[in-house]
Write a protein that binds this ligand. Structure first.
Ligand code: CU
Length: 172
């Protein structure tokens, strides 16, 4: 009579428990795994504008793994300081905050782009030149590092790309 609903409730409770515990087990198994499942696409750094002490960098970060990863730091060849920033709307005003750890969920991606997450770069050892490629390193909380080449772009080409991606998104 009431046995079937009870079994259903019981099995979903068990299922809930197994779903809850499995990420912990997976984490233990992957603790020494250096294969990262992290892909960085389209990394770019804008040239410094005249008299400006900082510039910005963008990329697309994909976590193809079964576990969340946490980005803790970034560095770029030839740049003395790189910070991870986010833009936030606070009381109708756009504010930038430095981010010390950024979690990327399993099987998800984060776009570093104008108005969102971005890299703020400072202290170039030599002036950046359009077309140059600089090694970008991303550091994760599990000790993993991911390398990519970031292309140095002009303000114009970056603005154009941002406009194109805006239009692209509007068509959907
Ligand atoms: Cu910033």
């Amino acid at each position: 009579m009431t046995l079937k609903p009870l079994l259903t409730a019981l099995s979903s409770a068990l299922l809930g428990i197994s779903l809850y515990t499995s990420p912990v087990i997976a984490h233990a198994e992957h603790h020494h795994d250096t294969d990262s499942h992290i892909v960085v696409n389209n990394a770019q750094v804008r040239v410094f504008l005249p008299a400006s002490k900082s510039s910005v960098g963008y990329f697309n970060l994909v976590n193809q793994g079964d576990n969340a990863v946490t980005l803790t730091k970034a560095s770029i060849e030839n740049l003395g300081r790189v910070e991870v920033h986010e833009h936030q709307h606070v009381n109708g005003m756009m504010k930038m905050n430095k981010v010390d750890s950024l979690k990327i969920k399993a099987h998800s991606q984060i776009d570093f782009k104008p108005g969102g997450y971005h890299l703020m770069v400072f202290e170039p050892k030599e002036p950046l030149k359009v077309g140059q490629e600089l090694k970008l390193t991303l550091y994760f909380s599990d000790g993993n590092r991911v390398f990519t080449q970031a292309k140095v772009v002009s303000l114009e080409s970056q603005a154009e790309q941002a406009e194109q991606s805006k239009q692209h998104h509007m068509h959907h």
